[in-house]
Structures are given as C-alpha cells and as structure tokens.
Design a binder for this molecule. Sequence first.
Ligand SMILES: *Cc1c(COP(=O)(O)O)cnc(C)c1O
Length: 383
Amino acid sequence: MSRDLNFPVWPQYDETEREGLIRALEQGQWWRIGGSEVDRFEEEFGAYHGAPHALAVTNGTHALELALEVVGVGPGDEVIVPAFTFISSSQAAQRLGATAVPVDVDPYTYNISVEAAEKAVTDRTRAIMPVHLAGLFADMDALAKLSADAGVPLVQDAAHAHGARWQGKRVGELGSVAALSFQNGKLMTAGEGGAVLFPDAELAELGFLKHSCGRPPTDTQYKHKTSGSNFRLNEFSASVLRAQLARLDGQIDVREQRWPLLRDLLAAIPGVVPQAGDDRADRNPHYMAMFRVPGISEERRNQLVDELKAAGLPAFIAFRAIYRTDGFWEYNAPDTTVEALAKACPATEEVYRDAIWLHHRTLLGTEAQMHAIAEVVAETLGE
Ligand SMILES: *Cc1c(COP(=O)(O)O)cnc(C)c1O
C-alpha cells in the first residue's frame, strides 16, 4: 500500500519573512542599536508569553547562560539540571564556572524528578533548571514550592516550550526567568537565535547590560557598567522571528489536534509507550513526538531509528544522558563518577537508550498521516 509520508517541510516561510528581511535590509541599521526589528520582536514575544520583559539574544545556549548569570550563578555555585536534556542546559552552568548537578527524570514525561531535585539541593545550590521536554511542562507547581522552600530560583529551559501554558499561565507568567531557542529545528526559528524572559525590570535591565558588553542602550561613552559579553541578536533574524511568531499559534493548534491521535495510535502498538503529559498543562506546543520502546537495547533502538528513516519518517535517537558525554566532564562537573550518576538516575538510564522522537513537522501533517506513522512504527517494530 502506498502511504503519503510527505510531511510539511521545516522551517516554513512566506511573504512575511521575505518582507521582514527586506525591511531590515533597507532600514539602514543592521544591528539592534538604532534598528527597530529586535525592539519590536522583544515586545511581541514578551507579550505573547505574558512576560513583562523579553530580551532577544544570539542563541538558546547564550540565553541560558544569561538567565543563570542574572539570577546570580557564578563560580563555585551548583545548578541542578535534569540528566536527560540537550547538553546546553549543563554547559551554560559550567561556562559560568558553576557545577552542573544532573538529577533523574520521570520515566513517563522525561521531565526533571522533583524529588530527585529536592534531594540534590545543598547550601551551594544557586538555581534549579527544569527543561520542558518536547514542550510538555515539568511539574511547575511542585518546582515552585521547592524553589520557595529552598530559596533557590528556577530558571526554565523553555527551548522546547514556545507558547506553552501551565494551568492557564504562559511561560513568562510563572515567576521565573526563562530561556528559549530559535535554532533551525525549534518551534519558531531564524536559523539561530534565542530569548530570555524576565519576571521583573531589574533582572531585565541587568540582562540587557550583560548581553551588550555591559553598556546601557544609549551609551556613547564606553562606560561599561557591568561585565558582560556580546549576545546581541541582529535585525535580520528579528525580522524573521516576528513573522515566525505570527505563525506559531496556528501551528500549535494543529499539533495539539494531531498529537492525541498519534499518541493513542502509538500506545496501541505492543511495546510502545508514548511520552505522557501532565493534565495541568493546558497548551502543549509539541516540539517532538516522543515514545519509548521499554526494554530494547540501545543498539536495537538505533537500528530501529535507521529503519524508520529508511521507511520515510524523520526519526531520531533521544538525547544521551548528559553525564555519558565527554564534554560534561571537561570542567565544572560534580565530584562523582559516571557509575554513581547512572545508579542515581535509573529512569534516565532507560529513557536515553530506548526513546525515539519524530520531528514536530510530522504533527503538522494530516490525520491520515498520523495513521501512516503508526503503521510504519508497528511494521518496523514487528519485523
Ligand atoms: C536547542 C536547545 C538548547 C540550546 O539552544 P541553541 O539555540 O541551539 O543554542 C537548550 N536547551 C535545550 C533543551 C534545547 O533543545
């Protein structure tokens, strides 16, 4: 039987991106100081996420670094991160001289285990970083409580969570600093780019200074008020992101319709367990369509992904446990071993070996294509 596996392409663009790029080109200023695209984008992006202040930056990794820095993370501090995430979560902390402390995740949602995070808090802990994996929220109620009890700020790695909502609250309304990414695969993109959402003006002002070599927006006298670096976004990227933002909500609507269907079809396949969400999250942007095949070996999982690809699905293997990469141990790693962390993170040990994800462009496809995906997965697993 011939199946239609021609999913929508990613990234998407139309005349709005084209017009934006020309607008930026002809504006005569191609950096944010003196231009208007980055300023407008920050207003629009902040408002969309319910954040009082937004700052556009060069990429999501820099956004995390800046977010950690403004809440006071520095040398000698500890930052608690989930062990199952993209490596930027820990690298951002390590670049600031802080120790990244990985903790286990939930085996169904793949999000940070709040109990594990609580146990990892010490008097050196300066931030806890939940990652809303694949756009499904970590338990923000329990984390808010832990944050308050421990007196440690939350820094949300929201690189997968553009437009997400937790009990009616958007990412920027949850009272913590949040970092987002606009890398090519993310839910809105300019190829590269990032943003930080701030809960108050003070942190936002510090963020601006830090992202622009310590200079206030109007400085002409090289009076660098703080230390910093250059994480400024350019006008071209911001013009593209304004167009991408305008398209995001409609795309989330489609993915929100498709995922429950695909999830149920996948769940009906023997051996397949799709990622679980939390009912308190009332809008899920769905950055990845993820599922586990519990009990299979890492080798078999990798082979399965190759087979799914050969059958026409944009399939990928899951992130590796961060403590199982060489990069994690190069500097500012905790004083422990891979073996000890593996023992402390049993769910991570399983998920990183047996999880598979499909690109979110699949969820922009038709209902018939959700059935086609499930059929391909069932056939591939059955072989
Ligand atoms: C993509 C990603 C980042 C980093 O974003 P870049 O823009 O690629 O630097 C950080 N955290 C997570 C979870 C990501 O997936």
